[in-house]
Design a protein around this ligand. Structure first.
Ligand code: MF3
Ligand code: CO
Ligand code: CO
Length: 257
């Protein structure tokens, strides 16, 4: 069931989104060669609980940590471990604080030092994909419009879009209806309505789209071992368009080159 948020609920979603944006900003600063995902998990846990918020990932369906950290060919849901980042890695940090009962969900992919040009291009294109999706959002547009915009840009650039994991409604629940696919056809699927809140979080692979889940039941990797990038925002459908609830200080929309 898709919920339409009331003005009071929207205020709380704004607070949660702002917290998520601030948390992500701080965690992104920590990504450097030699730093371990476990250290960033500690920092994320501390950042979150010290403000009276709850890290939603922790114990979510048994997830053991407070942040997802997905490196290189890990598509999503990476479990922080003690393998240090190294120059050339791409690192996705995905944070979700709960503030006054509401979730803010956002992620970004960070490059560690110099990365191969083809990898840098994938990361940049994935961010464009997120914004191509976001700019479709307004009352009366459809979920298919979002998926189509993302798919068109990604495939047009020679990349592939992961199908198995999607954006999602968000609010009191971490993952609410609807499911927001990152592929689609214009005009198809659910119509967007003012007061809906959901995430858009395309996972784009340099190689083929196929993925598998590791034996730990969480870590999702590309089957062909190619690198995968992702960016995520939580958005609100406004009377005339979209409000990006997890926009970071100084962050501006990114449009195709
Ligand atoms: N934050 C992820 C998302 O964007 C979900 C992570 S679920 C977890 O939907 F359990 F792995 F934390
Ligand atoms: Co999400
Ligand atoms: Co997320």
């Amino acid at each position: 069931m898709v919920t339409i948020k009331s003005e009071r609920e929207i205020e709380k979603m704004r607070k949660a989104g702002k917290a998520a944006a601030e948390c992500l900003t701080e965690m992104m600063k920590l990504v450097k060669a030699g730093v371990t995902p476990l250290e960033i998990d500690r920092a994320c846990h501390e950042w979150t609980v010290s403000r009276g918020y709850i890290p939603a990932p922790l114990n979510y369906h048994g997830f053991p940590k407070s942040i997802c950290i997905s490196v290189n060919d890990v598509v999503c849901h990476g479990i922080p471990d003690k393998r240090a980042f190294k120059e050339g890695d791409i690192v996705n940090l995905d944070v979700t604080p709960i503030v006054e009962g509401f979730h803010g969900d956002t992620n970004a992919t960070v490059c560690v030092g110099k990365v191969k040009p083809e990898v840098r291009k994938l990361v940049d294109a994935t961010l464009v994909c997120l914004w191509e999706g976001i700019r479709q959002v307004k009352p009366g547009a459809t979920l298919g419009d979002i998926g189509y915009a993302i798919q068109k840009y990604a495939e047009g650039a020679g990349y592939s879009v992961v199908l198995e994991y999607c954006g999602h409604g968000i609010g009191r629940g971490f993952h609410e209806d609807p499911s927001v696919s990152h592929v689609g056809r214009p005009g198809q699927g659910m119509k967007l309505r003012e007061g809906m809140t959901f995430t858009i979080e395309p996972m784009i692979n340099l190689g083929k789209r196929h993925v598998y889940v590791e034996d730990d039941d969480w870590t999702v990797r590309t089957k062909d071992g190619s690198v995968s990038a992702q960016f995520e925002h939580t958005v609100l459908v406004t009377p005339d368009g979209v409000e990006v609830l997890t926009l970071r200080k100084g962050e501006t929309p990114v449009f195709p080159a």
